[in-house]
Design a protein around this ligand. Structure first.
Ligand code: HEM
Ligand code: HEM
Length: 173
């Protein structure tokens, strides 16, 4: 019972964090709408939130890394490759973003050279990330719908937690 409650809480934490990073991501893709200051600070916070997102799925990452060329399911391999591409895309976005920063880094006294190349790379990786995040969310759509149904349609949290979820993490466990 305690284990079920812990799993339920974990799913809830994941859902809240996933929802938050999704909204932050949408805002980050529209710097002309938010203004550059919000764009930069929000995106830096987003980077930190992604690290938390990865830490919360660390056991999945370790498990699939070990089994990738062995007996992992194909769905897990697809997710793994996509997640790796996401990691590369966001590393490039944040790095190039810092290179062209006009607000955040100058605020803490760091002035980098910037330049057109970093700017182009930043925009290219940002475009790619929209596509990759679309796929990432689509692949976890069933989990998202199940979680929302639990909260909105049958909000008897955590007693209903004994029902199985379709979390990819669990499938792979
Ligand atoms: C807008 C940004 C993102 C959203 C909304 C999002 C959403 C989700 C959702 C809904 C799940 C499954 C449910 C869960 O257990 O939390 C998940 C799992 C996962 N995400 Fe993300 N994610 C985002 C960005 C990223 C990025 C940038 C990476 C990699 C750098 C990443 C790596 C993972 C991993 C490793 C898992 C667990 C394994 C899997 O099932 O694929 N996510 N994410
Ligand atoms: C999730 C992370 C991020 C996304 C999705 C993102 C996305 C974008 C996009 C789409 C643009 C181009 C807007 C246009 O066409 O005018 C842009 C511009 C810019 N971004 Fe980011 N960005 C992110 C993170 C960052 C970070 C961390 C920084 C710096 C701390 C940063 C600094 C900038 C700057 C200075 C520009 C203006 C470039 C120019 O003069 O056109 N970005 N970003």
């Amino acid at each position: 019972m305690a284990q079920v409650a812990r799993k339920t809480n974990r799913n809830m934490v994941n859902l809240l964090l996933d929802g938050t990073i999704f909204v932050a991501f949408l805002a980050s893709t529209a710097p002309r709408f938010t203004g550059l200051a919000i764009h930069e600070w929000l995106s830096i916070a987003f980077g930190a939130a992604i690290v938390t997102h990865l830490l919360l799925h660390w056991s999945w990452i370790v498990a699939v890394t070990k089994r990738f060329f062995g007996k992992a399911q194909w769905s897990a391999r697809v997710n793994y490759v996509l997640n790796a591409l996401l990691f590369v895309a966001f590393t490039v976005i944040i790095f190039t973003g810092l290179m062209i920063s006009e607000v955040a880094l100058p605020f803490i006294g760091i002035q980098l050279a910037g330049g057109h190349l970093w700017e182009q790379l930043h925009k290219l990786a940002a475009d790619a990330s929209v596509f990759l995040i679309g796929l990432h969310v689509a692949l976890h759509w069933q989990w998202i719908v199940n979680m929302l149904k639990r909260i909105i349609v049958a909000p008897r949290w955590p007693r209903r937690a004994a029902q199985p979820t379709i979390s990819n993490q669990q499938q792979e466990a």
